[in-house]
Structure formats: C-alpha cells, structure tokens
Design a protein around this ligand. Structure first.
Ligand code: AMP
Ligand code: MG
Length: 422
C-alpha cells in the first residue's frame, strides 16, 4: 500500500496552523442592511444622547409633583413627534403620550390608568406616589453622548444594527465578507438534473459546500466541476486565485493515480499540512498560494490565498468544512469565536471508539429533563450523506480502544440549525 509522505497532524495543530495563516480581511464601510453578521472594524461612540430630550415613559398626564394629589386643570396635549409649546404652571396638567417631549414646567408624568379625568380636571389617584422624575426618561438616560456603544470586533446582529440606527448612523466600518471559491474535482462528476452515464455520479459536494459557505458568513463563488487533468486543475486554480479570498476544493487529495491536487499545491505554494488525524477526513490538505491578478500572473501585492483541499467523500468534505474551513472564514470576518458551539451530551447508546483517530460522529440531540441525549445517525460511512442529513451535532469521540457505554458524557459540537423543542 502506498503511504502519503505528509505527516499526520492532530486536529488542534491543524487548527493552529490555519489560524496562523488566515488574516482578517480589509475594512470597508457598508450600509446597515448589508452589515448583518459582519464584525465592526472600529469602536462606535454615540454622536448624541439618547433620548435626545426628556421624554414621557407612559401615556398619561404631565404635571408638577409639588401640586400633590389635588385636581389640576387640563390645558392641552403633547403627542410624540413635535413640541406643543405648552407650559405647565402650578395647578395645571397636559395630556401626554409615550415618547413625547415633557412640556416645560412639568417634572412628572402620571399614567392615564392612575388618574381620573372629569370636566377638564385631572386628579391623580390617592395611592399614586408623586415625585419629580416620575414617568420621565431624562436626556441621555439610555445612552450618553460620547459613550462607546459598540466595540471593534463586535458582531452586528439585529440589536447592534438597531443601536446604530437609533443614533442616526446609517453605515458601519466592517471587515468585508470573504469571497470563497468552490470547485469539485473528478472525471466521474455530473451536474444534478442530467441523466447519469455509465460510471458517473452527481456532484453533491459543490452544492453542499456552497451552502455551507453562506452559513459560515462567506460569499460563495461557484467555480464548477474540474476534470482530473493537470491543465484543467491549473486553469481552475488560477481563476480561483484571482477571484476569491479563499478556495475550497473537494476530491483529488487521496492516494489515487489521478489525485493531482496535492502536488500542484506544493508546486505553486506552501502545503501546511497534507493529512489530519481525524475520522472522517484524513486526507484534508491546507495550503497557501500567492494571489494572482485577472491575467493569471502572480500578483505580489495580493495577500497569499488560503486553500482547503477537502477529501472527495461527501461526508468527509462537509465535516472537514465545518471543523476547519468555517473557522478560517470566521477569522477573516473578524469573529473572535471561530469554532462550533459546544455542549456536553449524554450518550443514548454505546459508541465504538477508533484506536487510530478521534472521530466526529454525526448525532441527533434530544432533550431529556436536564440533559441532552445524543444518538448516532446510523452508519458513518464517509460516502453516506444520510449520516449528516438531519444531524444536530458532531459528537467528539476520543482516539481509544474499546466501547463507550450509554450514559457516558462527551462534548458535542453543534451544527447550524440544531434546534430542539422547549
Ligand atoms: P477522491 O477524493 O477524488 O478520491 O474521491 C473520493 C470519493 O468521493 C470517490 O468515491 C468520489 O467519487 C467521491 N466524490 C468526489 N468528489 C465528489 C463530489 N463532488 N460529489 C460527490 N462525490 C464525490
Ligand atoms: Mg477524485
């Protein structure tokens, strides 16, 4: 049996090498709707106070607390969105709505439910305590002018985008989304939707990986199917290096006659590792290649492009994407947490361990009282996509002899879309 000349590296060492080679992408300024999921490239300070004027917290009556519980005369109303130019003198009150500016002279707002209004007179209920500031949001009570409201590195989600909008900010400095080029290699591959010829199979890796790129926050670039011929691979690689920040390929990295990708990567750039001690996905290869211009020539002004050559087997390529490519994309995006979220689950059945490699076993999770229970998705053959379809997570099984009994506890890495009832 032929053996690869590349040393087997551990998952941890592989991840460390990737993090060393992959850099944050440059900063651009984007409109808020395009910033969802991106990370801020600079701190954001409030250009003004919030609220910018003293505002009513409730629908009710603006009045003077010192007037006590005596009836006062209603002199007008102040809704949100304008200033009514009313002055609340002793013994008077103004009807007011939530968010409306407090009229001058008033120092408290009593909720409409806590006062009686009759014949133009408003009387606070006897049980309603009255003190200056009641029912009022003072200027800057939510955000003071100059406060740092968001920090560089923070991810812009719905709340953060709303925060920016509330301060009148309509664009944000962010690390841009990496363009991730994806191609499949193999003479046997056919686009879905066409009739299979003898010996052919459908290319399932490309749609899988393009979708996974979107989930990871990258901008996918479909580079098609590349045949197992040296000229074709070189052309595809050249095009990818010119158009993408990161490349993901599948197939062509095992020990077959036509597994031509690894030598090409070693020839054109630097292979950081060519095998990982992991099940599934041992042939995973990671390299950096010089960036290229649109004409295909090496462009020294461009940063080196990371390239992940994933194994061809569909499950191997998806699992190695989740474990290794996703962190690289998230690092380029500026996220500090790059790995999959992890929980501890109780095994709902026994699991055979592998003495040669740690295994990332596809499982479903269900909640049982205070625990998560993990069950295998069945045969873990690396060709069997059904083992990944519907999976909630990757159960991390250590490299060891023997069998883990049901009831043991082990980490599970959560996959996108892992949800459970309750
Ligand atoms: P390779 O790594 O190229 O030797 O491929 C390993 C196995 O994965 C072979 O059975 C291939 O036919 C299969 N395979 C490779 N690429 C794909 C793909 N894009 N979609 C589905 N199966 C693939
Ligand atoms: Mg192949």
């Amino acid at each position: 049996m032929r053996e690869s000349s590349y040393p087997l590296v551990s998952v941890q060492d592989a991840l460390a090498m990737i993090q060393r080679q992959v850099a944050l992408l440059p900063v651009g300024v984007v409109a808020l709707p395009d910033a969802l999921g991106l990370t801020l490239a600079a701190d954001v300070h409030a250009p003004g106070a919030q609220p910018p004027f003293p505002a009513s917290l409730v629908d009710g009556y603006a009045l003077r607390a010192a007037d006590g519980h005596a009836p006062r005369r209603l002199i007008g109303e102040q809704m949100a969105g304008y200033v009514a130019e009313l002055t609340v003198a002793p013994g008077t009150t103004v009807r007011i709505t939530t968010g409306a500016p407090i009229p001058s002279g008033a120092d408290a707002v009593v909720m409409v439910e806590r006062a009686d209004e009759l014949d133009g007179l408003v009387t606070p209920h006897p049980g309603q305590p009255l003190h200056p500031g009641l029912g009022i949001r003072p200027i800057g009570s939510d955000v003071r002018m100059g406060d740092r409201v968001l920090a560089a590195g923070q991810t812009l989600g719905p709340a953060e985008l709303g925060m920016l909008a509330s301060l009148g900010i309509d664009r944000a400095p962010v690390h841009r989304r990496p363009v991730v080029g994806v191609f499949s290699t193999g003479d046997e591959l056919l686009e879905p939707g066409q009739p299979l010829g003898p010996g052919q199979i459908y290319d399932s890796n490309r749609p899988t990986l393009l979708a996974a790129v979107v989930r990871a926050g990258g901008q996918p670039l479909d580079l098609g199917i590349v045949r197992d011929r040296p000229g074709e691979l070189e052309r595809a690689l050249m095009a990818g290096l010119a158009a993408a920040d990161l490349l993901v390929t599948s197939g062509g990295v095992s020990m077959g006659e036509l597994d031509l990708l690894k030598p090409l990567l070693a020839d054109w750039g630097q292979v950081h590792f060519g095998r990982v001690r992991i099940k599934p996905g041992k042939p995973l290869t990671f390299a950096t290649l010089p960036g290229r211009g649109a004409d295909g020539a090496i462009d020294p002004a461009q940063p080196a492009r990371p390239i992940f050559a994933l194994p061809g087997n569909p499950v191997s390529s998806l699992v190695t994407f989740q474990l290794f490519v996703r962190p690289a994309i998230r690092r380029m995006l500026g996220h500090s947490a790059v790995g999959l979220p992890q929980i501890v689950a109780t095994l709902g059945q026994s699991f055979q361990l592998d003495p040669e490699r740690p295994e990332f076993h596809r499982v479903t999770l269900r909640r049982a009282e205070d625990r998560f229970v993990a069950l295998s998705t069945g045969s873990q053959a690396s060709s069997r996509l059904l083992s990944a379809s519907g999976a909630d997570g990757l159960l991390v099984l250590e490299q060891a002899e023997g069998i883990l009994p049901a009831g043991a506890q082990r980490p599970v890495l959560l996959l996108d879309g892992a949800w459970w009832d309750g």
